[in-house]
Design a protein around this ligand. Structure first.
Ligand SMILES: [Fe+2]
Length: 287
């Protein structure tokens, strides 16, 4: 296995490995070490079946079901561990752009950390690019460790002990509402996480914010939202961002504990098919 830096401390490219095969413990260890350093890993030319995708993911921890928890909708994919991120209906036809199900996919264009609204939150996301549009639809990542390091000392001190409330449907509310039922909404009550934490695997301090945050404990809503907005702006400056231009069969793996990501816009009439598996932060909460 070869691991090369795309940027010195953020984003590594992993080659000479076949993710469809069972990895050795040593290979799993090498990937864990690489992601602790780079936070985002790129694997090119890895066509994986859903079962292989889930199997690879399970090597890194228990699988998180994300938004499928509480969801009663008809599923297109057989493997319950794989999240379908294609803009298609249950029969595989591209959704009309105005379809309400597109709201969740459009919400992915906000900067976010996957499942930060859950307890436990997500750790690694592993995203397979199946069929990507020729134009647009890239995925961007922002390094929240470097972003934290660059904050001025006053701001660091101000947010040190702050807790933010993360709510799954906040991004959908901003977009005008979604198709989710009250039952689905009730299944994912808000959670509260420190806005700054230490990533156990690297020992680095990191911001933990994004579009799922809608409130800061103890602050008036307007003040809280403006501070979250200000931090997000600082945390996603171009010097902290890597933009991934997809090729079919790329696999991206990232650590949600210390990165934010967002999809970029694309023509909603065109197919964009991605599938995701996610591990949970296990055995402890984010502190
Ligand atoms: Fe995401």
């Amino acid at each position: 296995m070869r691991i090369e830096a795309i940027n010195a401390d953020f984003v590594g490219n992993v080659s000479d490995v076949d993710l469809s095969q069972t990895l050795t413990r040593e290979e799993v260890g090498q990937i864990e070490q690489a992601i602790a350093h780079y936070a985002v890993l790129v694997f090119r030319d890895q066509p994986l079946s859903d079962d292989q995708h889930a199997e690879f993911t399970r090597r890194f921890g228990p699988i998180d079901k994300g938004l499928t928890k509480g969801s009663k909708g008809k599923r297109r994919l057989k493997n319950p561990d794989v999240i379908d991120l294609a803009n298609v209906d249950a029969e595989g036809k591209v959704l009309p752009p105005g379809n309400i199900r597109n709201v969740s996919l459009i919400a992915n264009q906000f900067w976010h950390s996957d499942s930060s609204f859950k307890d436990p939150p997500a750790k690694f996301s592993i995203l397979c690019g199946i069929d990507l549009p020729a134009e647009g639809g890239q995925t961007e990542f922002a390094d929240q460790r470097a972003a934290y390091d660059a904050l001025d000392d006053n701001l660091k001190a101000r947010i040190e002990d702050m807790l933010a409330e993360h709510f799954a449907f906040h991004s959908r509310d901003i977009l005008g509402g979604s198709h989710h039922s009250q039952e689905e909404i009730d299944a994912l009550p808000p959670v509260h996480w420190p806005m700054v934490h230490t990533v156990p695997e690297s020992g680095r301090r990191s911001l933990f914010i994004g579009i799922h945050t809608r409130q800061i404990d103890g602050l008036p809503t307007a003040e809280a939202r403006m501070l979250l907005h200000e931090l997000l702006e600082q945390a996603t400056r171009r010097q902290f961002v890597y933009r991934h231009k997809w090729r079919n069969h790329d696999v991206l793996m990232w650590d949600n504990q210390c990165t934010l990501h967002r999809g970029r816009p694309y023509d909603l009439n065109k197919l964009r098919e991605l599938r995701r598996c996610t591990t949970e932060v296990s055995g402890r909460q984010i502190v």
